[in-house]
Design a protein around this ligand. Structure first.
Ligand code: PHE
Length: 513
């Protein structure tokens, strides 16, 4: 089969054949007055036809930096100092005087002095009382360093590999004097394969290739003499930078799907919440530290919130004061309705699930009720790698007869399993509104570590009785920070990334989710 190559490729092949070895791509491009890209695309054509190839080699080069170039032009400081002495035929001079005459900066002057002595061009003595330099010889041949420096006049860039051991020592002293720049680049050496070396140009035909057939080619019939350039279907398409759904929203949607598939319904609640639903209804005493301003954002406007029907407020009040009908002794203090009316930015979505208990009472609902809530919460917290002051919580409750902690563990295991976490452990925990309480951790394969996910438990009678939810009806409840799951899910180490939005990372996210 005859080989067909493009015209430039045939020309390049011809040149390479004549040269035989050590053909560096950049040099060849320069020599043939070709664009480097054109040359390399011809080389690729040789590769496709198994006629040639290239090897990459890393080369280290050195050249003078600005200070080095200045020394090359004006001489090293030691030479310049010597010249001052020779010009006026001085055999001795104090350092002070020489510094004055030299016009050099102190630091360069002392480098010069130390090399003057190293070259044995002067000696130093304090014998006369002054710190003096003496010239005691008359011949000052160029030092090895000076001779080497001169070489940069012809070759401003030198290959490290072409230098002798002695030269390398000199490079080292230039480097110590901070006079050189080191650069690294990759060069490509072009070669021919056996086939490429053997093939004679008469065996090669010129390839006339086009990527498009024009109407003119069709009407004249000239299209027949062209080869059509094949499509390279392996080439990636152009990079698209179109908008896409934010990773956090994608995750929320995924979690929604999971809960919906498990038979849950979504609920939402207000961001501006009453202390009543945020704390009191959850049996958190009015002097509980979590209620303090340093943990919770209180609002001035609106200053007070509307509470539910009077009898329910009273039921909550009685639970706090003496346990009401929950069988508890309560906290034993005087509950103040004004504290309950305060407005806060919801500190947890448990306030929203609490509202669902109130609705359960009001509408005389039937069990089971299974709801979840994914929504924004606020805490007066210092923001850092693992904390946000404004974040998202994922929360759920099941109201049903005779449900137990086992049901809760089963439910959470199922949820995290669907999220892709295979191992979960639960440990006893504490929350003022659940008994028993449980903390959940999941095993995160990518980091080989356990991550604490959130809290859960069975609402205490003090929480459920005011809403008519009484034994054997119970409420399983859990809640956790969504961004914490997102960190594990997306492998981010800084929780703030979800809001700072590093563009590079966002661009790596897939369009389809
Ligand atoms: N509200 C708790 C929190 O914000 C989580 C929780 C919800 C714990 C429900 C127990 C039951 O961390």
């Amino acid at each position: 089969m005859t080989i067909k190559l493009k015209k430039e490729t045939i020309e390049i092949l011809e040149v390479i054949k004549k040269k035989r070895s050590n053909i560096e791509a950049n040099n060849l491009a320069k020599e043939m007055d070709l664009d480097y890209i054109v040359l390399m695309s011809a080389v690729n054509e040789l590769i496709d036809n198994k006629l040639g190839g290239f090897e990459e080699e890393e080369i280290h080069q050195i050249s003078l930096n600005d200070e080095g170039i200045e020394y090359l032009e004006k001489g090293l400081p030691e030479r310049r100092l010597l010249n001052i002495l020779l010009k006026d035929n001085l055999k001795e001079i104090t350092k002070e005087e020489l510094l004055k005459r030299s016009n050099l900066t102190q630091s360069i002057f002392y480098i010069g002095i130390s090399n003057l002595k190293k070259n044995k061009w002067v000696t130093q003595s304090k014998a006369t009382g002054d710190d003096k330099l003496f010239v005691i010889i008359d011949d000052f041949p160029q030092s090895k360093l000076e001779l080497f420096l001169e070489k940069f006049k012809e070759n401003s860039v030198m290959d490290h590999s072409s230098l002798s051991i002695d030269d390398l020592k000199l490079v080292d002293s230039l480097n110590k004097r901070k006079l050189i720049k080191k650069t690294r680049r990759t060069q490509r050496i072009i070669f021919l394969t056996n086939k490429g070396e053997k093939i004679s140009l008469s065996e090669i035909e010129e390839l006339k290739q086009v990527s498009k057939i024009t109407p003119e080619m069709l009407s004249s019939g000239s299209w027949r003499s062209y080869d059509l350039k094949p499509f390279d279907v392996t080439k990636p398409g152009p990079l698209l930078k179109a908008g896409k759904i934010h990773p956090l929203v994608n995750l929320i949607n995924e979690i929604r799907e999971i809960f919906l598939s498990m038979g849950f319904t979504e609920i939402r609640g207000p961001i501006i919440e009453s202390a009543f639903y945020n704390f009191d209804a959850l049996f958190q005493p009015q002097d509980h530290p979590a209620r303090e301003m340093q943990d919770t954002f209180y609002l001035n406007n609106p200053k007070t919130a509307k509470l539910p029907d009077k009898d329910r407020v009273l039921a909550v009040q009685e639970t706090h004061e003496n346990g009401g009908d929950s069988g508890s002794l309560g906290w034993g203090y005087k509950w103040d309705v004004n504290n309950a009316k305060k407005t806060v930015l919801r500190t947890h979505t448990t306030a929203t699930t609490m509202r669902r208990l109130a609705q359960f009472y009001k509408e005389n609902d039937k069990v089971p009720v299974k709801v979840f809530c994914i929504d924004r919460v606020f805490r007066n917290e210092k923001v850092d790698k693992t904390h946000l002051a404004e974040f998202t919580q994922l929360e759920g409750i099941v109201i049903d007869d005779n449900v137990t902690l086992c049901d809760l563990i089963g439910l959470l295991s199922e949820f995290y399993r669907k999220m892709g976490f295979k191992k979960i452990v639960t440990r006893p925990g504490f929350f003022p509104y659940t008994e028993p309480s449980m903390e959940v951790s999941v095993y995160y394969d990518k980091l080989s570590q356990w991550l604490e996910m959130g809290g859960s438990g069975i609402f205490r009678p003090e929480v459920t009785y005011p809403w008519g939810i009484k034994e054997p009806t119970r409420v399983l409840a859990w809640g956790q920070g969504l961004e914490r799951i997102a960190m594990a899910y997306y492998g981010r180490e800084d929780i703030r990334d979800f809001y700072i939005n590093p563009l590079k990372w966002l661009r790596q996210q897939s369009y389809l989710k």
